[in-house]
Design a protein around this ligand. Structure first.
Ligand SMILES: [Zn+2]
Length: 421
């Protein structure tokens, strides 16, 4: 049975969440600073202060803005693994996060939700069927013109409430717990400046997932590629005589040659990977095409690199006067490669979820998480649910009771780890 929480407790979590979503923390991939935007530091400062007020130990903000704190161990066992819980403070660049006006819809009853700031926009169980799981719950949405920022302020509110509860409920025995709030996850830089020795955890969880019970421990592996095509520019009136080579045309040829029917995000699903041209920029003289390459298996990813390199070589051969370069960079790797060697972090999460009345289920992510990188670096980090739905757009919503379930599940998870050692 799920444990029943008092209204005051739920409101504590809700008030926290409403406070966080009002801060504009949109990240910016064109920024050269870290964190990429000022707004994220505003929220990170707030979180640091809140951790101090709650009585967390070792509260600190690193020079890059990561906010880290401890809940000291209260078990007599001496070799209990240190568990970290992480959530990211930034919101996606895809949709405005400025002046978010959260609206609480108490006791949801299958109705179609309308938005005061955008007449015509509706959140409808017909097109968002997950709403049916929220009947009777309290739902939060934005007002129509912005995202809500539940991705990942739900996770932030869950982790902060976890701190409050573990510090108060001293009868719950656990080892050292570390919490960490990170910036810039949405632009793929979330853990690039995080010092893992400073974090000092043996296992970690990101709270950045969907419906109650969800556990993600498999992600894509990802590479990025940049193809630069140098042509020859002349005045158009003497282009034929002077031998113009139009790089823009060549970029078009490259795009047409891609195996789009079986290898694009819009033509694949489930476990199939893809090659996706993200942007094309240029002119006659030089055109640059940026790609992302994705696959669950390293072999599949290597095959996609070969396809792209092969197409570039072919293009070069058909037009020797041009110069075609293809630069491929590693981004992140499927966390399952490491987790399969030791499934305890996943198994204990499943056990904790079941113990608090949730049905654990695996969700394979067609993307990466901060945990993909952390796991590769040696810190196993599956991702757990915190109630996010319709992320990155104005129809985003979260149920307060789902966030509360995540808190309850994480408390139990901390206790389960506390029995090890
Ligand atoms: Zn997220």
């Amino acid at each position: 049975m799920a444990r029943v929480q008092s209204a005051a407790m739920r409101d504590g979590l809700l008030q926290r969440f409403l406070r966080y979503v009002r801060v504009d923390t949109q990240s910016d991939e064109t920024s050269k600073t870290f964190p990429s935007t000022r707004g994220q530091l505003v929220l990170l400062e707030m979180l640091k202060q809140e951790l101090n007020e709650l009585g967390a130990a070792d509260v600190q903000m690193t020079k890059h803005g990561y906010v880290i704190a401890s809940i000291p161990a209260n078990t007599r066992k001496t070799r209990v693994p240190t568990v970290a819980f992480l959530a990211h403070v930034d919101t996606a660049p895809d949709c405005s996060g400025k002046n978010v006006k959260p609206i609480v819809h108490r006791k949801y009853n299958r109705r179609v939700i309308k938005f005061p700031d955008k007449p015509g926009l509706t959140l409808d169980p017909a097109t968002s069927p997950e709403l049916r799981t929220a009947v009777g719950k309290d739902i939060v949405t934005a007002s129509g013109t912005t995202l809500l920022g539940s991705d990942d302020k739900s996770g932030v509110a869950v982790v902060m409430t976890l701190v409050e509860r573990l510090l108060r409920e001293t009868k719950r025995k656990h080892g050292l717990i570390r919490v960490c709030f990170t910036p810039d996850e949405e632009i793929g830089r979330g853990v690039s400046k995080l010092d893992l020795r400073m974090l000092g955890a043996d296992v970690a969880y990101t709270l950045d997932g969907g419906a109650p019970g969800e556990i993600c421990w498999e992600t894509f592996s990802g590479d990025s590629a940049e193809v630069t095509i140098d042509g020859i520019t002349t005045h158009t009136m003497e282009a034929r005589a002077k031998g113009m080579v139009n790089a823009a045309y060549l970029a078009g040829k490259l795009l047409v040659a891609l195996p789009r029917e079986r290898c694009a995000p819009e033509t694949t699903e489930e476990r199939d990977g893809f090659i996706h041209p993200m942007s094309v920029e240029g002119r006659t003289e030089r055109t640059t095409v940026k790609f992302i390459l994705r696959d669950f298996e390293l072999k599949g990813l290597a095959a996609k690199r070969d396809i792209l390199r092969g197409l570039c070589r072919g293009l070069q051969a058909t037009e020797p006067r041009a110069r075609v370069r293809c630069k491929i960079r590693k981004q992140y790797r499927n966390m399952a490669y490491w987790l399969r060697k030791d499934m305890r972090p996943v198994e204990l999460a499943r056990e904790a979820f079941a113990a608090v009345g949730l049905k654990p289920y695996d969700h394979v992510i067609r993307g990466g998480t901060d945990g993909s990188r952390l796991t590769e670096l040696g810190l196993p980090t599956p991702n757990l649910f915190c109630g996010e739905h319709n992320a990155h757009g104005p129809l985003e919503w979260v149920a307060v009771q789902d966030m509360e379930s995540a808190v309850t599940a994480c408390i139990y998870l901390a206790e389960l780890w506390g029995r090890k050692g």
